[in-house]
Design a protein around this ligand. Structure first.
Ligand code: IPE
Length: 267
């Protein structure tokens, strides 16, 4: 059994930690350093999950991930570049966390997670627990993984977050994106869209029907899928918030259990 103080999972949205529309993929070092300082305020165990952003989505898109008609050989040819880019991104985050006093290690999914038709088939978590017990923050990134049906498929940071929250019984899950949370309509299309501060069973269906998809290249489904996946945690006693990670201070507030602008998912 895990004996970890205040185990918290924070997902860093790829659009925040990379320059999502810039090619070749470029890390947003300023954002990563600021986020590392905010994470440093957390007293306890920490899992940091990285989204793909430019590093994941561009190469995945080029190699036809997210399109069911893509031939196997084309998908397989994408494995090295997607994994390599995500490794580069994860090392930048690792360096920033360590430089800011958070001892951290990267645990890459490709080497241990297997997929079955786009879903997680096997995801060993013992090494993650041990690393946390050894007082390391664990960084896990979205990745390309081997898949016994599709050859290879994308494991998103959101899917990792939900999986680990269940597997490790994590009580606080904070999903950082580049918008304030979930809106009644896509805020990129309608700038006057209203932020939904709490989603529960009473408004779940109407809210999720309106939630927009991510505007930049995104092979893993954008905001609507994110929200659906988080609802999988419905039977758990997990505190879930989707928040704007580009706005300084909001992560710090969440980590300190203070109120801030975000969408909370409650049951
Ligand atoms: C995507 O993860 C991972 C790869 C494409 C390798 P996410 O779907 O969680 O990434 P962001 O946060 O939306 O960029």
């Amino acid at each position: 059994m895990l004996h970890l103080k205040s185990l918290t999972l924070v997902k860093l949205g790829g659009s925040v930690i990379t320059q999502k529309k810039v090619s070749p993929p470029t890390v947003n070092n300023m954002a990563i350093n600021r986020i590392a300082k905010e994470l440093q305020t957390h007293q306890g165990s920490l899992i940091v999950v990285l989204g793909g952003g430019a590093h994941g989505h561009q190469a995945a898109h080029i190699h036809g991930f997210g399109d069911s008609s893509t031939p196997l050989e084309k998908l397989l040819a994408g494995i090295p570049s997607i994994h390599h880019n995500m490794t580069l991104l994860s090392l930048e985050v690792e360096q920033a966390l360590n430089a800011n006093g958070i001892p951290s290690v990267v645990i890459p999914p490709f080497s241990s997670v297997s997929m079955h038709d786009g879903e997680i088939m096997n995801f060993p978590t013992d090494i993650i627990k041990w690393a946390l017990e050894a007082h390391c923050a664990v960084i896990i990134h979205g990745d390309v993984c081997l898949d016994d049906v599709q050859g290879a498929s994308i494991l998103s940071g959101d899917t990792i977050s939900v999986y680990l929250a269940k597997a490790l019984d994590i009580k606080r899950v904070f999903i950082g994106t580049d918008v304030d949370g979930i809106f009644e309509e896509d805020p990129r299309v309608n700038p006057n869209a209203t932020l939904v501060s709490v989603i529960d069973s009473s408004n779940k269906d109407s809210v999720l029907a309106g939630a927009g998809t991510s505007a930049a290249t995104d092979v893993t489904g954008g905001m609507a899928r994110k929200a659906w996946e988080l609802f999988e945690l419905a039977n758990q006693t997990t505190q879930i918030a989707i928040f704007n990670l580009t706005a300084p201070g909001r992560l710090t507030a969440l980590l300190a259990d203070k109120s801030t602008t975000c969408t909370r998912i409650e049951f």
